[in-house]
Design a protein around this ligand. Structure first.
Ligand code: NAP
Length: 256
């Protein structure tokens, strides 16, 4: 299947490591041009080398509207177009009802949600020209809950709502908007989290046993494959969808 992504310029928040890093790598393999907004120096450099220069790192931790506007500007200065946006940066920061505060909640929602809107808003004039596509990376916690992480989950749920909302608003421009929903993906963020348990290996094995298909984690590359498909011209009649790439974690009976 030819995804026809060659020379397409795709903006990715948090695109140097983990899921975003796998998306950038897969785009490079397809001859596309990832422009990744991510402060990670070492991984960023490796990606630029891999792409033979046909990529751009915007080395910032994006939170504000000004950050997003700057990222779009830098992308346009270098490559002159935007064909897709992948909103991906975020972190499960454990701000709960009991162990939290109104201020921490507001901060967590702001950090995990607002830049999805900001980046899309500033990229929109360019996406209209290219009839581009948007992919929002959400989380299974948006539909299952997790406990102890109100801010993150509120943001992840809102990302799913905005996927439908933007898909409706952008129909006249033929801009498609979809969400990919991972459950358990082994990334640097996940590694940090698993290391907080007294016996990380045992915890990891317990989690693997809860994943119906293959009793294993989803790989970052498997999330990237779905994301690239949704960005591509092979998905021209798919919009407003929430795609679970989770080995059946969210919907299948885990006692089987
Ligand atoms: P990750 O391993 O931490 O990778 C994310 C990358 O984004 C890192 O390079 C990080 O830099 C960077 N980053 C974080 N916040 C940023 C910001 N505001 N602006 C720019 N760059 C930023 O995370 P991941 O596990 O791949 O998660 C990616 C997305 O998938 C998140 O939205 C997460 O909620 C979602 N997700 C992940 C899982 C999972 O199992 N991993 C499950 C469900 C949903 P630093 O390392 O310097 O922070």
């Amino acid at each position: 299947m030819d995804l026809q992504l060659k020379d397409k310029v795709i903006l990715i928040s948090g695109g140097a490591k983990g899921i975003g890093g796998a998306i950038s790598k897969s785009l490079i393999a397809e001859g596309a041009i990832p422009v990744f907004i991510d402060p990670s120096e070492k991984e960023g450099k490796e990606l630029i080398e891999l792409a033979d220069g046909k990529a751009l790192q915007i080395p910032m931790r994006m939170f504000t509207a000004e950050d997003a506007e700057t990222a779009v500007k830098l992308c346009l200065e270098k490559f002159g177009r935007i064909d897709g946006v992948v909103n991906n940066a975020g972190a499960n920061d454990g701000v709960g009802l009991e162990h939290g505060s109104p201020e921490a909640f507001a901060n967590s929602v702001t950090k995990n949600l607002n830049h999805y809107y900001y980046l899309t808003h500033y990229a929109l004039p360019e996406l209209k020209k290219t009839q581009g596509a948007i992919v929002n990376i959400s989380s299974k916690t948006a539909v299952t809950g997790q406990g102890g992480t109100s801010g993150y989950v509120a943001a992840k749920g809102a990302q799913l709502a905005l996927t439908r909302e933007w898909a409706a608003e952008l129909l006249p421009y033929q801009i498609r908007v979809n969400a990919v929903i991972p459950a358990e993906v082994f990334t640097p963020l996940y590694q940090n989290w698993i290391n907080t348990f007294p016996d990380p290996d045992k915890k990891l094995e317990e989690i693997n046993q809860k994943i119906p298909l293959g009793r294993r984690m989803t790989s970052p590359e498997e999330i990237a494959s779905m994301t690239l498909f949704l960005l591509s011209s092979q998905a021209l009649h798919i919009t407003g969808q929430h795609l679970f790439v989770d080995g059946g974690y969210t919907h299948l009976d885990r006692t089987l």
